[in-house]
Design a binder for this molecule. Structure first.
Ligand code: COA
Length: 204
């Protein structure tokens, strides 16, 4: 494991460990693993579903979805951790994407490591997103040595906000922000920020 210094902007820096191969994280019911080529048809279908993309500005074309998967795979290959493919062993070979990311847009709370999750509709309502996210958070605190993780979403995305709350994350309305990559005036531009200090993490 070696340290990599990431300087998104400003004076503060995050020293983030990297691993020689993609780390796998297991919980009682979930597995976060490297992506496989045979995950991609389900990934493309999931991102063409208007319900899954309800809180995004649009559904994704196949080209857009494959490009996003390519970025996730490249980051995973580079660091050994990131936005993993989610598997529910014995139930669903591919159940979306959960994990950690280093956002690159400008905001007052940077630099940070964020948590993210996107599951197909067939995988909602089972607790799998929160369980896998908890495994990713434990990795962030234990293996990466982070003091804090954050998550953010458009204000109206209550299912995602409930995942954050289940992890023990806290929301301060004073930190709500306009996401700079969402066009001005778009209803999804206002975002909420949730913070998870190491001491508040609800371990499972
Ligand atoms: C955000 C998202 C991952 C949340 O999915 P989810 O299924 O609601 O979350 P979990 O997997 O943690 O499941 C929790 C739900 O399962 C229920 N549940 C059922 N069985 C359970 C079990 N054994 N253990 C825990 N929870 C269980 C919980 O009660 C909870 O339901 P509730 O939120 O209505 O109270 C999902 O809505 C999604 O992928 N949305 C589209 C993409 C998106 O918006 N991503 C976030 C962008 S910021």
């Amino acid at each position: 494991m070696k340290a990599q210094l990431v300087l998104p902007q400003g004076a503060r820096a995050l020293a983030l460990a990297t691993f020689p191969s993609v780390v796998e994280l297991r919980s009682a019911r979930t597995l976060l693993r490297a992506w496989r080529d045979d995950d991609l048809p389900a990934w493309v279908a999931m991102n063409a579903d208007p319900e899954v993309r309800r809180y995004f500005s649009s559904v994704q074309t196949e080209t857009e979805a494959l490009a996003e998967a390519g970025r996730a795979r490249a980051n995973l290959a580079r660091r050994g951790w990131g936005m993993w493919a989610l598997e529910i062993p014995g139930r669903l070979p591919f159940a979306g994407m959960v994990g950690l990311n280093v956002p690159s847009f400008e905001a007052p709370f940077m630099p940070v490591v964020e948590m993210g999750w996107r599951l197909p509709r067939a995988a909602w309502g089972q607790g799998w997103a929160s369980e896998a996210a908890a495994a990713a958070a434990a990795f962030g605190f234990d293996a990466l040595g982070l003091d804090e993780l954050v998550a953010f979403t458009t204000v109206s995305n209550q299912p995602s906000r409930r995942v954050m709350t289940r992890l023990g994350m806290q929301h301060d309305p004073a930190e709500d922000f306009d996401h700079p990559t969402v066009p001005e005036g778009h209803p999804f531009r206002p975002h909420t920020l949730y913070r998870l200090p190491r001491s508040r993490f609800l371990r499972r």
